[in-house]
Structure formats: C-alpha cells, structure tokens
Design a protein around this ligand. Structure first.
Ligand code: COA
Length: 383
C-alpha cells in the first residue's frame, strides 16, 4: 500500500535528474562529446598530461609553467605514505579485494594527517593533492607486499610524473616512454566524468560537511561495483574467458541468452558512442601492434565490439578498451579498478571542493511502497 507520495515524479536510478550545479565537466550524451572545464577530452588526451589535467579540474584553468611546476613538486613531495599506513597495509590479507584495501587505506590516511579535520579551502586543496599523490603509492605497495617483494619508494622529483613514477614503483624498474605515455593518457581520459555514481557518493559525503578522506573512501567503495569501475576487470575476465577470436560469437550468444550483462558495454548517459572509447581503442591498437604476443586481446575486443553491436545495438564504454590497454601494459587484472581510482581521484576531489564551496545538504526522498496504518501486536500474540 502506498502511504506517502512525494510531490515530484519518481526517476528510478535518478536517471535524468539534475542533482547539482557544476562547472567541472560537460557530457553531451546525445552527441557523444565530453569536455573538462570546456576543453574537449580528445584534445586533452592528445596534448595534456595528467598533472596538468588535475590542475585544470581542481583550479578551473590550465596552469602556466610555474603553476604546473609548483603542483608537480607538491605532488612529488607528498608521495610517501605515513609509516602507520604502510604497517597497516602489511596487516591486510594478501587475498583481500584490492578496492577494499584502497578504501581502508584512504580512510587510514586521515589518522595521520594533522589537517584532516581542517575544513578551510586551503587545507582541503592541500589534502586533495595529498590524496592524488598517495593513492598510487598505496596501490604499488599493496601489489608488492602481496607478492612478497621489497617496496620501491616513490621518486620525489618533478622529472617523475605520476604515471612514470607509478609503473616504476610497481615494477621496480623504469618503463619505456611509450608505456609511460600510454598510462598518462589513460589517467587523463578517466580523470573526470560529472555525476557518475562514485562522484555523486563523494559529493553526498561532502554535503554533510564531513571530511575529504571520508568522501574519497566512499567514492572508492562506490567505484568498486561491477556496474561502475570494476567493469574494467570484469571485461578483461571476459576476454580471458573467450581466449580465442573464434569463440566471440558463442560467448555473446550465451551471455545474452542467460540474460547476463556483457561487461564494458552500455552507458546511462551516452546514447551513442562513449567518446573516451575512441581514444582507448586507438591506444589498445597501438599497444597491440607493438606487442605482437599480446595482439590477440585487441583482436578479440574488436570482434566482441562488432558482435555486441550487431546483436544488441550496444556501444562499448570507457572500461572496454581500458581492459586491453591495462593488460598489455602488464597491470594485474584485479588492480585495474585501482588504476581507475588513481586517475579519478582528481575528479572526485575537484567535485568535493566544489561541493564545499557551494554547499547544501544532499538529501532526496524516496517513493514509499511499504505498508501503512498497521496495528502493533504484542510479541506473544503474533502469528
Ligand atoms: N549487456 C547486455 N545488455 C545490456 C547491457 C550490457 N552491458 N547494458 C545495458 N543492457 C540492456 C539492459 O539489459 C536493458 O535491456 P532491457 O531494456 O531489454 O531490459 C537496456 O539495455 C537498458 O539497460 P539498463 O541496465 O537499464 O541501463 P542503465 O542505464 O541502468 O545501466 C549500465 C547502465 C552501464 C549500468 C549498464 O549498461 C551495464 O550494466 N553495463 C555493463 C557494466 C559496465 O560496463 N559498466 C561500466 C559503465 S561505464
């Protein structure tokens, strides 16, 4: 029985609801375009770098040379983890879910930040940079700890941008410049996407005036879901399960027949192609061409993209070609979503700062569908 009717129409999954004003990111789902602070995503992927893009998202404009140098040196200086967080990481089970590890480690960072409860805009900006700087170290340390390898300390000078420093910490040796550029481009493409579920979660937390670490850990917990950030890992698992280009059609038929989702396809906002998929597909192809031993992952992906379009008229999304890009870069499959988080931390923190600057508590209402007017019976009289 419907007891209470909200005044406004119900939109399942908040589809189409405008829930915030924001000047950070514009998605045009009909025309398949995406821009950060007015700059087209393709141009940023081609010409920018992750640090510059993070500055753009956080500060609202592209930096000049001194501003970019300043940001780079602040991020590089903040890469170390507090000793307490390193110790804590060492106590986590080696088979813990990587995103659960990241969620907990981010939460723990707050214990060791003397500014964690300082709500001033300047302190919040510093904490945003701290999060962007420290998350890659958490990921690399967790990976090396679970494999029983010595930790590789982050580089602290500005000649080691985030992507290059991250692969170095992960592998213990420097990657090729092509690999560093590819990862940097991946970080640009994934850095921001308006009110996606994890960013919305972060803004909800910020709207209560809770701290930025709480907002970031809520965002990580939200990104962890298969319908959101973990779709990149699930996509790679599908590609590995298919294993051979000749098995693509069987996989698609079987998945659709069993009414399961094909991971890496579909999108709430884009009704045409996801613009980021174009850049990621080109990156996956370039990596496949230069790594013939791994080329089949691109070939299977391309065939899968065609088959899903033919059978279901669904476009692939950002996570689809991300999977083969990250796999060919040698990133362990279950860490893919952590890499998404490394990048998206820039967008999350930009939104949190924006929410703090123009705050009103986010508090929607539900459409009540439960019982009403029931008489209370003492426990001994209940049947
Ligand atoms: N595989 C198969 N069918 C899919 C699909 C997919 N990946 N994505 C959407 N569909 C179908 C749905 O089954 C539904 O069909 P129906 O109307 O016959 O029931 C229709 O398309 C609409 O999908 P719906 O799940 O209602 O759309 P949504 O806006 O709620 O969800 C996603 C969007 C992204 C959650 C959804 O497309 C999905 O689950 N994709 C796979 C996970 C993924 O890649 N997530 C990363 C997103 S960037």
């Amino acid at each position: 029985m419907l007891a209470v009717k909200p005044e406004n129409a119900f939109h399942e999954g908040l589809e189409g609801i405008v829930a915030a004003e924001s000047s950070i990111c514009l998605i045009d789902g009909k025309n398949s375009t995406l821009a950060y602070r007015g700059y087209d995503i393709h141009e940023l992927a081609e010409r920018s770098n992750f640090e510059e893009t993070a500055y753009l998202l956080l500060a609202g404009k592209l930096p000049g040379i001194p501003e970019l140098e300043d940001l780079r040196s602040k991020i590089a200086a903040e890469r170390d983890l507090p000793e307490g967080v390193v110790r804590l990481l060492g106590t986590f089970p080696k088979d813990a879910h990587p995103m659960a590890v990241l969620r907990s480690a981010i939460s723990a960072l707050a214990f060791f930040d003397t500014e964690s409860e300082d709500k001033s805009p300047a302190a919040n900006f510093r904490k945003a940079l701290r999060l962007i700087a420290k998350v890659p170290t958490i990921v690399a340390y967790f990976e090396r700890m679970r494999r029983g390898l010595d930790l590789v300390a982050p580089k602290k000078d500005t000649s080691w941008p985030g992507a290059k420093n991250f692969i170095y910490m992960l592998r213990g040796k420097e990657a090729s410049s092509v690999e560093n550029t590819m990862l940097d481009k991946y970080f640009i493409l994934l850095a921001e996407h308006d009110l996606n579920a994890s960013t919305f979660a972060a803004r909800i937390v910020a709207s209560t005036t809770s701290d930025i670490y709480s907002a970031a850990s809520a965002a990580v917990g939200t990104l962890k879901g298969d319908l959101h950030g973990s779709a990149n890992t699930r996509t790679m698992e599908s590609l590995l399960a298919i294993g051979d280009i000749n098995r693509v059609d069987v996989f698609v038929n079987d998945t659709l027949l069993n009414k399961r989702k094909i991971m890496g396809f579909g999108h709430r906002v884009y009704k045409g192609p996801d613009p980021r998929a174009k850049d990621l597909k080109a990156m996956a192809k370039a990596l496949a061409d230069s790594n013939p031993g791994q080329a089949k992952w691109f070939a299977i992906s391309e065939k899968l993209e065609q088959a899903v379009w033919e059978k279901k008229k669904l476009n692939c999304n950002v996570d689809f070609y991300s999977a083969s890009v990250l796999y060919i870069l040698g990133i362990p499959v279950d860490l893919f979503t952590m890499l998404f988080a490394i990048s998206r931390m820039a967008g999350w923190t930009a939104h949190v700062l924006e929410q703090y600057a123009h705050n009103r508590l986010i508090r929607p209402v539900s459409l009540y569908t439960g019982s009403a007017g029931r008489a209370y019976t003492p426990i001994q009289d209940r049947t």
